[in-house]
Design a protein around this ligand. Sequence first.
Ligand SMILES: [Zn+2]
Ligand SMILES: [Zn+2]
Length: 204
Amino acid sequence: MAADLEFACSCGAVKGVCRDAGGRMGIRVVCYCADCQAFAYFLGRADDYLDAAGGTDIYQTPPSRLEITKGLDRIKQVAVSPGGMQRFYAACCMTPLANTIPARNLPFAGTFVRNYDAARRAETFGPPVSAVFVNYAQGEPVTKSRIATPFLVLDLMRRAAREWLSGKSRKNVYLDAADEGRIDAPQRLTADERARLDAMAVRT
Ligand SMILES: [Zn+2]
Ligand SMILES: [Zn+2]
């Protein structure tokens, strides 16, 4: 069931809303990619945001649906790998907020299920439908890959096409604020900094 769903950083200084969350314009997946793991360790929040195998519980939706209602000035961004996503976080309490594609041609944002209204997120999103990048999991993935990647890409393109047709595809509160200088340019991790995070992510 689609509904507006509020999200917040852990300390509450940053707040926002996802319009029409749930329904067919978003998908909940667990991402085991190395960049998502590095991001959680960069923030010092691996215990809160990664499952036992290093997976991040993500709600993917077009960025036009996201609004920041409070605390935009607390938001920073980091690039954990060259050419990777732009990753936004609340610097007040090091809460991950959104991963988005720098170019606006493909409307995509990954948001963090844990940040959403705890009383309503489970019924709004339903359980994760699949897992992605499971080959980067630390051991046996907690959430299994149930939908082949090409079908997930097709679903992403279906959502993107709706955005292109609606004319809202370039709207992105995070990239807009960065372009306006209200969010600083991303911190870019050096190879050494990244290697340290990858070493932390390894679970034996
Ligand atoms: Zn905070
Ligand atoms: Zn990922």
